[in-house]
Design a binder for this molecule. Structure first.
Ligand code: NAP
Length: 269
């Protein structure tokens, strides 16, 4: 193992012409992406895929879409299976993790991406709209992470990347339920990052801005245009641009409890 200032460095740090370089070898690793059948989750599944790695793609109901992701991942040389589970239900989330560990014997990376919107102004938000969004977007993250850290703790290695939103940082009118859930994901991730750091498990967050997916295609055109005008980079994001940030955090060993914003500069803190 290479040494730097007397400290042992992980094996993936190699001496190159320009000094120490990152060279991540993920052969044999197993990644689970929740909500991987469409949109950002599909891009994450595809972007993380590489020969020798296995990707478990979770989805809720759209089996045909999940199969499309599976083909894209396999085309990148990775193993891939699809797993239907409703992450808002504790028993299904825990059965999902068990099924992945049973299939490959391990789980190295969990990407909590599954999410829904049920937008309404506060006074018109029904109990059901509130509960559904909290159940999938926040409880789902809790249920999957709680189950996933068991094999990670045993292996003394784990990477959790949770997909929040800039709505969880700045709030968004008409999305009190969604903003509350996404802010909850950030607080949850910081707490768990502190709790699990000693076990070599990192927990980080990616907070996208507006990204071209089925979620944004449901937006009203004038709200969409107004937001695009206020984005410093003057365009919405692409799913692969969010996936790039997820990959960076999943491959990072010395970053935990952080939120990486991918929004074209819309929210600057
Ligand atoms: P999307 O295209 O609507 O896809 C949602 C995915 O989540 C689908 O794979 C869906 O599965 C899955 N899903 C929904 N409910 C589920 C449940 N209960 N259990 C398991 N899977 C479930 O969404 P997206 O735009 O890619 O968003 C992905 C994530 O990014 C979400 O967390 C979202 O809040 C976040 N985000 C998106 C944007 C944006 O502008 N798009 C911005 C910020 C944050 P099925 O296909 O089976 O329905």
């Amino acid at each position: 193992m290479p040494r730097y200032c007397g400290q042992e460095l992980p094996g993936y740090l190699k001496m190159g012409k320009m000094g120490w370089m990152l060279s991540v070898d993920w052969t044999g690793r197993v990644v689970l992406v929740t909500g991987g059948s469409r949109g950002i989750g599909r891009a994450i599944s595809e972007y993380l895929a590489s020969p020798g790695l296995a990707v478990a793609v979770n989805y809720h109901s759209q089996d045909a879409e999940a199969r499309v992701t599976q083909e894209l991942v396999r085309a990148k040389g990775a193993e891939c299976e699809v797993f239907s589970a409703d992450v808002s239900r504790a028993c299904e989330a825990s059965a999902l993790i068990d099924a992945v560990v049973e299939r490959w014997g391990r789980l190295d990376v969990l990407v909590n991406n599954a999410g829904i919107t049920r937008d309404a102004l506060l006074m018109r938000t029904s109990d059901e709209q509130w509960a559904d969004v909290l159940a999938t977007n926040l409880n789902g993250v809790f249920f999957c992470t709680r189950a996933a850290v068991r094999p990670m703790i045993k292996a003394r290695f784990g990477r959790v990347v949770n997909i929040s939103s800039i709505a969880g940082l700045a709030g968004n009118a008409g999305q009190a339920n969604y903003s509350a859930a996404k802010a909850g994901v950030i607080g949850f991730s910081k707490a768990v990052a502190r709790e699990l750091a000693s076990r070599n498990i990192t927990v980080n967050v990616v907070a996208p801005g507006l990204v071209e997916t089925d979620i944004t295609s449901k937006m009203n055109q004038s709200a969409y245009d107004t937001i695009v005008q206020s984005i410093p980079l003057r365009r919405v994001g692409r799913p692969a641009e969010v996936a790039h940030a997820v990959k960076f955090l999943a491959e990072s060993d010395y970053i935990t409890g952080q939120t990486l914003v991918v929004d074209g500069g819309l929210v600057m803190e």
